[in-house]
Write a protein that binds this ligand. Structure first.
Ligand SMILES: C[S@@+](CC[C@H](N)C(=O)[O-])C[C@H]1O[C@@H](n2cnc3c(N)ncnc32)[C@H](O)[C@@H]1O
Length: 524
């Protein structure tokens, strides 16, 4: 036996697939090298699941220390794939230096199961032995972000049987083994430990929102965007006690928003930079809006579900756009959040639209005019009309005039009453604010404003056709329900039908960043 070549040469030809031979060889090498375990635990073995034609063929000529029936892995495969009529044997192979490779030999499994298991490496692990009676390492691993990933008691292992605890971490899978029955610890590990941790993380999502909002609102992200600071410098810059700032910074570090640099300085990560007002990728306004105005209304979700009103009205006593007309500061936060959130989307829309033959672009409910501005930037032959509520266009006017002069005009009004004409009308994130009847009215006003052949661009997220499919629109649909009576996300077909009923025929649909879609239609 040539141990230098770590088992590759020992495996009988054809006993394992070429892919499994390579995996065995790689893991055997790792087993020989050994590793230092968490909490200084002793390295025990490496584990690997392979799919031989037969156990005997796979083990022929290998230095097998012992074989035993698998309980834990067999049970997992049976549950995950609904398998019957297969078997799993454990074989410990001596790789020298007092170390071993633990092969799980699964026979009678369909090839798809083998492929899936090889791909995800669900049994590939490094195992460390914990001393009997001291399983503190389990808590240490959980605290370090390792997620419990199965385990059990195998009575056939050793003289007393062994308890195994699997963990999945960042790329690593670890097994902690201990002699004997660790019934209470296994119960906690398997009995919902993982689900309870995940649920706790979700239940404390509000803390995350508020920590991010605080980083934005207190100017922590802005100060650090200008350069790394010590804790004292940061505390002084934002005018808050250093010990409290330090505790928030520790949580922000945990969230990946800041990191330490040399000389005990704090730096923003790339992720954290999105909370700075001046970042090109800023979500500063969104942090203030979702952590502020919309945070309180989301607290009214149970009432929203029960009643026919919105959480926003339950929280503030009026509909959101009426409220924003009366609160200039919050209206400014809202406008910035809208344009911050969709900066990449607006760039993509401007690049995607065919603007040849378009003279006037009218953005209905265009907010700050950010999208309209982007379109005018890339199409110098166009002029723009920004239409929104009187207070919104008044707030946007000065900046737009300074940048675009007479190329942009602003019109304040009510989109349920009348909207200005244009060769291209835009409704960006407008229809999802309203119910079907209100959308029909808005689209009818649009159709009345333009001749046949005029174009309409609708920008929205789309609900998936299948309810089980994951999509951002699913979360935003609940957000719309909370924050506007009748607000809702729709499927592509939902928008197609609304447009057609008002005299617009959908001609194309394309995906934009952040799962937003551009729906283009023609007035018929
Ligand atoms: C969700 S924001 C979308 C803003 C912008 N189109 C965008 O995509 O960022 C909805 C816009 O509709 C405007 N709006 C709401 N009710 C309106 C009304 N009755 N008439 C005109 N505009 C209205 C709001 O002021 C706000 O700017």
């Amino acid at each position: 036996m040539k141990r230098g070549n770590v088992l590759t040469t020992d495996i009988a030809p054809g006993a394992l697939s070429a892919a499994d031979v390579l995996r065995v060889s790689g893991m055997a090498q790792i087993a020989r090298d050994g590793r230092r375990g968490p909490c200084g635990l002793r390295f025990d073995h490496v584990g690997l699941l392979v799919f031989p034609a037969s156990v005997e063929a796979a083990l022929e000529g290998l230095p097998v220390l012992r074989t035993l029936p698998s309980v834990v892995v067999k049970d997992r495969l049976a549950k995950r794939y609904g398998l019957t009529g297969f078997d799993v044997t454990i074989a410990h192979i001596d790789v020298g230096h007092g170390r071993s490779l633990e092969l799980f030999l699964a026979t009678g499994c369909p090839e798809e199961v083998a492929d899936d298991e090889r791909l995800h490496g669900r049994e590939t692990h490094l195992a460390f032995e914990a001393p009997v009676g001291d399983l503190g390492v389990l808590e240490t691993l959980r605290a370090d972000g390792f997620v419990p990933d199965g385990g059990g008691f195998n009575p056939a292992e050793g003289t007393t049987g062994r308890s195994v605890f699997y963990f999945r971490g960042d790329g690593d899978r670890l097994e902690i083994v201990v002699d004997g029955t660790a019934a209470a610890e296994l119960e906690q590990h398997l009995g919902g430990g993982q689900e309870r941790r995940r649920m706790l993380e979700m239940l404390t999502g509000a803390w995350t929102t508020q920590a991010l909002r605080a980083a934005a609102e207190l100017g922590i992200a802005d100060r650090l965007f200008d350069g790394d600071l010590t804790l004292d410098e940061l505390a002084q810059a934002i005018g808050a006690p250093a010990d409290r700032v330090g505790r928030l910074v520790r949580y922000l570090r945990h969230l990946g928003v800041v990191e330490d640099t040399s000389g005990a300085r704090i730096a923003l990560t790339t992720l954290g930079a999105t909370l700075a007002r001046d970042s090109r990728h800023s979500l500063h306004g969104v942090a203030l809006l979702y952590g502020g105005l919309f945070y309180r209304s989301f607290g009214e979700l149970p009432g929203t579900v029960r009643s026919a009103t919105s959480g926003f009205e339950l929280a503030y006593g009026s509909a959101p756009f009426d409220f924003l007309e009366t609160d200039a500061d919050q209206a400014e936060v809202f406008r910035r959040a809208m344009s911050d959130q969709c900066r990449d989307v607006f760039d993509a829309i401007a690049g995607r639209l065919d603007l040849s033959g378009i003279g006037t672009v009218t953005d209905i409910g265009g907010g700050s005019g950010a999208l309209l501005g982007r379109i005018l930037d890339i199409a110098p032959h166009t002029t723009g009309v920004l239409f929104d509520t009187p207070a919104t266009v008044t707030a946007a006017q000065a900046e737009l005039a300074a940048r675009y002069g007479t190329r942009i005009s602003t019109v304040g009004g009510d989109l349920f009453t009348q909207v200005p004409a244009g060769d291209l009308l835009i409704l960006s994130r407008i229809l999802h604010d309203w119910d079907d009847e209100q959308c029909a009215r808005i689209l009818s006003r649009c159709r009345e404003a333009v001749p046949a052949g005029a174009r309409l661009a609708v920008v929205e997220r789309l609900l998936p056709d299948e309810p089980g499919q994951r999509s951002l629109a699913t979360a935003w649909d609940v957000h719309m329900m909370v924050n506007n009576v009748g607000g809702q996300e729709r499927t592509l077909d939902g928008y197609r039908r609304l447009m057609l009923a008002a005299g617009f025929s959908l001609v194309s649909q394309s995906g934009l960043p952040l799962e937003v879609h551009l729906l283009e239609a023609i007035a018929v």
